[in-house]
Write a protein that binds this ligand. Structure first.
Ligand code: URP
Ligand code: ZN
Ligand code: ZN
Ligand code: ZN
Length: 471
């Protein structure tokens, strides 16, 4: 059968190799790799430019239900649009259980929120906030079997956090049914105690968010999460690791042979606590996220962890809240104390170009490592590999053609529905010139919408977890 499309003269980069080839695509899949491919209805000349697998963003929040008047700015339409324009072709946002409701209800609710809207493929992580016997014994095992093979659990946030006993219960289900647990590790009681003291002293500006969540609260919770996983004897992945102290705990666990994986995010490479403000201005609310960005020394330590392999996954943690209006960073239109500012920053479109520019072209990580961190490993971690995250025969034709050259990052050029980027004014050294999602051009300097093109993916077991070693 003839090919639908050939991407010619690609400098193909995978997690293991770099080679020159034409890529032959049929029915949305890669079916040929070779020199001088012929016989396609259409061809695109990559002209010797780098071609990577489309990004897999394994940590992003879209249209998630939040408490009070606050709403996320991006739904599955605008969020997946921004992702595609930034070279990301697979999203794994969250289906969050609300306390008092079933997990099944959450899955149905978020399925509906995505259906007919997403421009790129997606899967869901579950968020377990209410591990009742029904959830633990029936719902979770059934959902894992249906392809929802990962879930996030929180050690902080009043409406989400689980206590240690509940975490042990949930981890036991992960072990019994072969799911992977992602853990948000911060000590809730320490944060609450520090917050009360700061507020009592009149320190309520955004910058005090960082002081209410110092690195030791992350370090302690990271250690505790590791101990709980060790007790149950199951792998975990610690999300959004911000710096040295938590990394030391993870390194220690891995040296013991424990299967503890780690993710970091752009904000820990490119922002510091200073971005939350040097004075009491509310401007800093835009960079309020948890854990908070640390300092320049920790940025360097996080870079080292990306280079050396301490981190397996690099995700955006896109959590979109607008600075204007009344539903985002200013709830009900007000400047609120730091503990009431919605947590999170946007980054779904800037994740890949920032890491390519500063990591690959900045000489800190290899192109192979870039692909591994942004596509191959997230696909493996959440059971989507080899369909997603690689360039090989049989993979989905999710590809990015890169354009090198200097360009200043402006929010006005981005495609999310957030009215700022924390990275405004930064110079990029590369960005996606063209994105293919299952063989269709979704971005070529212009966005090609196709609401509902994105399909819900069924996830298998994690293949990041190696064969078990006796210990
Ligand atoms: O501040 C953050 N990271 N907000 C998003 C929710 C989460 O905890 O990942
Ligand atoms: Zn649209
Ligand atoms: Zn989190
Ligand atoms: Zn998050």
């Amino acid at each position: 059968a003839p090919l639908d499309l050939i991407v010619r003269n690609a400098r193909v980069a995978t997690a293991s190799d770099c080679f020159d080839a034409d890529i032959g695509i049929q029915d949305g899949r890669i079916v040929q790799l070779g020199q001088g491919l012929r016989g396609a209805a259409r061809s695109i000349d990559a002209a010797g430019r780098v071609v990577t697998p489309g990004g897999v963003d394994a940590h992003c929040h879209l249209d998630e239900i939040t408490s009070g008047p606050v709403r996320m700015a991006d739904d599955f339409d605008t969020g997946s649009r921004a992702a595609a324009c930034g070279g990301t072709t697979t999203l794994i946002p969250f289906a969050a259980q609300q306390r008092g409701h079933s997990l099944r209800a959450a899955v149905e609710q978020y399925r509906e929120r995505a259906a007919g809207k997403a421009h790129v493929d997606y899967a869901f992580h579950l968020i377990v906030t209410d591990p009742t016997p029904a959830v633990l014994q029936q719902e979770l095992p059934a959902l894992i079997r249906e392809g929802f093979t990962s879930f996030k659990i929180y050690m902080t946030y009043d409406d989400m956090k689980l206590d240690d006993g509940q975490i042990l219960d949930v981890l036991s289900v992960a072990k019994a049914h072969g799911a992977l647990a992602m853990i948000h590790a911060e000590n809730a009681d320490c944060i609450q105690w520090l917050t009360r003291r700061l507020l009592a002293a009149g320190r309520s500006a955004p910058r005090f968010h960082a002081q209410s969540r110092p690195m030791l609260v992350e370090r302690e919770a990271t250690h505790r999460a590791i101990a709980l996983a060790e007790l149950v004897d199951t792998p975990i992945l610690i999300v959004h690791v911000s710096g040295r102290e938590a990394m030391e705990q993870i390194r220690w666990a891995r040296a013991l042979g424990l299967q503890v994986f780690a993710e970091t995010c752009p904000q820990y490479l490119f922002l510091t606590a200073d971005d939350l403000g040097l004075d009491d201005s509310y401007h800093g609310a835009r960079c309020v996220c948890s854990p908070p960005p640390r300092d320049a020394a920790n940025q360097q330590v996080v870079w080292n962890g990306l280079t050396e392999g301490l981190f397996s996954v690099f995700s955006s943690d896109h959590a979109p809240f607008r600075m204007d209006g009344s539903q985002g960073k200013r709830p009900e239109g007000c400047e609120v104390s730091f503990d009431r500012i919605p947590n999170g920053i946007p980054g779904i479109e800037t994740r890949l170009p920032l890491l390519y520019s500063e990591g690959v072209l900045g000489g800190r990580i290899t192109l192979q490592r870039f692909v591994e961190l942004t596509a191959t490993n997230p696909a493996k971690a959440y059971g989507l590999h080899p369909r997603k995250g690689s360039i090989a025969i049989g993979c989905d034709a999710d590809l990015v053609i890169w354009q090198e050259g200097e360009r200043v990052l402006r929010n006005a050029d981005l495609h999310h529905n957030v009215d700022y980027t924390p990275y405004e004014g930064r110079t990029l050294r590369a960005w996606p010139a063209l994105t293919l999602a299952r063989g269709q051009v979704v971005w070529e300097g212009q966005f090609h919408p196709c609401h509902g093109r994105g399909q819900l993916l069924e996830c298998g077991p994690s293949s990041l977890v190696p064969a078990r070693r006796a210990h």
